[in-house]
Write a protein that binds this ligand. Structure first.
Ligand SMILES: [Zn+2]
Length: 281
């Protein structure tokens, strides 16, 4: 198993970057942090954070190859947290807002990188036609048993989706620009992007070998750290533009759960997380 080097920005393909920090995964304070986090010996290799001078993306220069990626996401890396995720009311509210925004009571939806399938399971309960992709075979099998149509990446191109959900996905993939370019032709409605917001002050901590707040730059897993600018540039590059639902669309769930009225607002304005909807230009 090994790492592959990304020698240009994975969001804009620029070759102009500067190195913010380097450390070894398995040595010193980073080795200690990863040993505690994964409860096993870390992979051997170099943790290097580079910043794109053209779009602001901060990215890990060395990322897992497909074999190591499968090992990471198979549930073997952190078996103690690899259990089905309970349904979240926020998913239902979000789907009601999307349905209202698109003026469609029945949506065809794709959850890309579904994990334990909480989002498409909520979609199916609302009567939508739910598809999902998932890297780990044991999770894919479980999700398929819940009535979700689990498809391979290669099959995406033969479908059209009203909603494509990318919940905590873009920060994980080696080639985010390629992924969005692959998904865009299958989009006839809204793509939702939700991912950690890159936090610049954390870089200074990491440079001092303080890894407590490393989450947006987590080794192996959060290999792309977007901010508002790099994310908007990325979506424009694949012919998408940001759309904002109205308050009426956002609050289409209000009769269902009147006590959750803050959620749609906090979701769009959470400083720790980027959240946006986009459509074709
Ligand atoms: Zn870039």
């Amino acid at each position: 198993m090994m790492f592959v080097e990304r020698d240009c920005c994975p969001a804009c393909k620029s070759g102009r970057s500067r190195t913010l920090m380097t450390a070894k995964f398995h040595e010193g304070p980073l080795g200690d942090f990863l040993r505690t986090f994964y409860r096993r010996e870390p992979y051997e290799g170099t943790y290097q954070l580079d910043e794109c001078l053209d779009c602001d993306l901060i990215f890990q220069r060395f990322v897992a190859d497909p074999e190591l990626m499968a090992d990471l996401y198979s549930g073997l890396a952190r078996p103690e947290v690899d259990v089905p995720i309970p349904e979240h009311a926020g998913d239902t509210h979000e789907l009601l807002s999307l349905s209202a925004f698109l003026h469609k009571p029945r949506l065809q939806v794709l959850d890309y990188g579904t994990g334990w399938g909480a989002w498409p399971i909520s979609a199916r309960k609302l009567g939508h036609h739910a598809f999902a992709t998932e890297l780990a075979p044991h999770r894919a099998d479980w999700v398929a048993k819940q009535g979700i149509r689990v498809i391979a990446d290669a099959e995406i191109a033969s479908h059209q989706f009203d909603v494509i959900n990318l919940e905590q996905v873009l920060e994980h993939v080696a080639e985010p620009l390629d992924l969005l370019s692959q998904l865009a032709p299958s989009l006839r409605g809204v793509i939702k992007l939700s991912l950690p917001n890159s936090r610049r002050r954390v870089i200074r901590e990491l440079q001092r070998r303080d890894y407590r707040h490393i989450m947006p730059f987590h080794p192996f897993e959060h290999v792309n750290s977007f901010n508002h600018r790099s994310l908007r540039e990325l979506i424009h590059r694949v012919g998408l533009k940001e759309v904002r639902p109205s308050l009426r669309h956002l609050y289409s769930f209000r009769s269902l759960s009147p006590k959750d009225l803050a959620r749609p607002i906090t979701r769009f304005h959470n400083p720790a997380n980027l959240y946006l909807w986009a459509m074709k230009q």
